[in-house]
Design a protein. Structure first.
Ligand SMILES: [Fe+2]
Length: 484
C-alpha cells in the first residue's frame, strides 16, 4: 500500500477517544488498523497508526508504521497555508508596519519558522545547524527566556533580511524538519507536544497574516484588491430576525475536556454557576449596528464606559474600522477593495468599547465567556459545515450559517469577561510558559473564531484575547439578556 493511500485511510478513521487507550479497527477486509493515542495534561501528544495486511501475497504479515509520514504531511499542510495567504502580495506589501499591532507579513513568515527552529530543531535534532545566529534577535516575538529581540514597533524597519531571505530560511527549516520527521523517527511525548504547539502557533499567525494584510491594504488610499480579480463576492447574508436562545440556570463545566490539542489557558476544568439567561441566535448585523449610529450612538456618553468614551473622543471614532461614507453611501473595505456594505452580514472590526456601547444602547448586555461556552456546547455539538473559516478563502464574514447560530467562524465575539487564569491553571516550565499566561491582564476574552481562523484550529473552549480598544481583527457582537 502506498503511503498516500495509507494516509487517506487514516483520515477517515476515528481518533482515540481517551488517553492511553488502544483503538483497534479493521478498515478493509484485508487489513487490520491499530491506532494508539497518548494524552498527557489533556494534550494529544501522539497518535501511532499501524496498518497490518493480511498476507495478500501469501507471505508473512507486513507491518507499516506511518507516523513520520503523518507528521510530515500535517507539517507541510500547515506551512503551505501560510504561504498561500501571502501569494497575492507584492514585495512591498511584505515589509511595512503601519501600526505597532500590525506586523509585516515577512516577519510573520520568519517568526513562525524561528519557532520551529528554536523549540524543535535545536533541542531535538542532534546535527542541526542554526540558519543564522542573528535571526533570533529579529524574529523572537516576546520570549524573554530566549533572549534579547528587536522592539515590536521596529519590525517594519527590517528591510533586511529580504523577502527572498525569509523564504530561503523557511525552505532550510522545512528541509530540516522533513529530515527529522523520517519514517523511522521515534518522537518523545515532549517533542509531539511542542510540534503540535508549533503548528497551532503557525495557524494563529495565519489569522494575523490575513488581518494584518487587510490592515496594510485597507489603509492604502487606493484600497487595493488583494484578490486581483474584479469578481464581486456573491455571498448573500440572510439575517433572520434575532431570537434569544434560553440557557437554564445551573452548574456548567468550563474548560477543555475533549481529546485533542488545546492551549494551556483552556486547562483547569472547573464548574461555574450560571443564572438563567438568553443569548442571541446569530451575530449582530451591519444594519443593526447602523441603527445604533443613526441613533447617535457615537455622540452620547451615556452608552459608553468611561474609558471607551475617552477613546471615542481622542481617536474621533464615528464608525467601525474600514467603514467609509462615499457619496452618501456607506462602504467598507474588504479584501476585494471598497465595497457597498452588506447590511445583513455580521458587523466586524469593532472594539470591545463599541460592542459594549451597542449592547447598552440595545438594552441588552454582552455574554460572559462562561455563558458563551455553556450556550455553544448546549446548542451546537459540532462545527457546522457552513461556518465561514479561513479555508473558504474569502476572509469575509457573511452570516450564511443558519443552523449553527454562528457560534463558529465569521467573527470573534467579544465577551464581558476579563482574560484571567482559570482555577488550577499551571504555567508550563521554560520559555513556552510565556506563551499565554503572562498576557492575563487588561484584555478581554473573545470566543468562536472568525473567517480568518483555520477550521481545525477552533473549539468551544478556545479563548482568544485582545485589548479593548483593538479592532483590526474580525471582531463582532452577540448579545445576551438576563432572565428574571
Ligand atoms: Fe508568535
Amino acid at each position: 500500500m502506498s503511503p498516500a493511500l495509507t494516509l487517506v485511510l487514516c483520515g477517515n478513521l476515528p481518533e482515540s477517544s481517551q488517553g492511553r487507550a488502544f483503538i483497534i479497527k479493521s478498515v478493509l477486509p484485508q487489513t487490520y488498523f491499530y491506532s494508539i493515542s497518548i494524552i498527557s495534561n489533556s494534550l494529544l501528544l501522539l497518535t501511532y497508526h499501524f496498518v497490518y495486511f493480511k498476507d495478500p501475497l501469501n507471505c508473512n504479515m507486513q507491518v507499516e508504521t506511518i507516523q513520520g509520514a503523518s507528521l510530515r504531511a500535517r507539517y507541510k499542510k500547515v506551512r503551505a497555508s501560510s504561504e498561500h495567504i501571502c501569494k497575492p502580495l507584492g514585495k512591498e506589501d511584505y515589509v511595512v508596519q503601519p501600526v505597532v499591532d500590525v506586523s509585516p507579513p515577512k516577519w510573520h513568515l520568519a517568526h513562525v519558522t524561528w519557532f520551529f527552529e528554536t523549540f524543535l530543531l535545536m533541542p531535538f535534532k542532534a546535527d542541526y545547524k542554526i540558519y543564522d545566529d542573528d535571526y533570533s534577535y529579529v524574529f523572537n516575538s516576546y520570549y524573554e527566556t530566549v533572549g534579547k529581540r528587536v522592539l515590536r514597533a521596529d519590525r517594519g524597519n527590517l528591510t533586511r533580511p529580504t523577502v527572498e531571505d525569509v523564504y530561503t530560511y523557511r525552505q532550510y527549516v522545512d528541509q530540516a524538519m522533513e529530515d527529522l520527521l523520517a519514517d523511522d523517527f521515534e518522537p518523545t511525548p515532549r517533542f509531539l507536544e511542542v510540534f503540535e504547539l508549533g503548528l497551532q502557533h503557525e495557524q494563529q499567525h495565519q489569522e494575523l497574516l490575513v488581518t494584518d494584510i487587510k490592515y496594510i491594504l485597507g489603509h492604502n488610499p487606493l484600497f487595493p484588491n488583494y484578490f486581483k480579480t474584479n469578481r464581486p463576492d456573491t455571498a448573500n447574508s440572510p439575517a433572520d430576525p434575532a431570537n434569544f436562545l434560553p440557557v437554564s440556570e445551573g452548574l456548567y463545566t468550563i474548560g477543555h475536556q475533549q481529546p485533542g490539542f488545546c492551549f494551556d489557558n483552556e486547562l483547569g476544568v472547573h464548574q461555574v454557576y450560571l443564572h438563567g439567561f438568553g443569548i442571541m441566535d446569530r451575530l449582530v448585523t451591519n444594519g443593526e449596528y447602523l441603527e445604533f449610529m443613526k441613533a447617535g450612538g457615537y455622540k452620547d456618553f451615556k452608552y459608553w464606559l468611561m474609558e471607551g468614551w475617552e477613546w471615542v473622543k481622542a481617536e474621533k471614532i464615528q464608525a467601525p474600522m474600514y467603514w467609509y461614507e462615499v457619496s452618501g453611501e456607506w462602504h467598507s473595505y474588504t479584501l476585494r477593495g471598497l465595497q457597498p456594505l452588506d447590511w445583513q452580514a455580521p458587523v466586524t472590526h469593532i472594539s470591545y468599547y463599541e460592542a459594549e456601547a451597542f449592547a447598552r444602547w440595545s438594552g441588552k448586555r454582552l455574554p460572559t465567556e462562561f455563558e458563551w461556552e455553556a450556550a455553544c456546547t448546549t446548542y451546537v455539538k459540532e462545527i457546522p459545515p457552513m461556518a465561514q473559516f479561513q479555508e473558504e478563502g474569502r476572509y469575509l464574514p457573511t452570516g450564511t450559517d443558519p443552523h449553527g447560530y454562528q457560534f463558529y467562524g465569521d467573527a470573534w465575539e467579544w465577551t464581558s469577561s476579563a482574560y484571567a487564569s482559570y482555577p488550577y491553571f499551571k504555567t508550563q516550565p521554560g520559555a513556552l510558559g510565556e506563551y499565554n499566561g503572562k498576557f492575563m491582564i487588561n484584555q478581554m476574552v473573545l470566543r468562536g473564531g472568525s473567517c480568518a481562523t483555520p477550521r481545525d484550529h477552533i473549539r468551544p473552549t478556545y479563548r482568544n484575547f485582545f485589548h479593548p480598544h483593538l479592532r483590526w481583527q474580525f471582531t463582532g457582537i452577540r448579545l445576551a439578556e438576563s432572565h428574571e
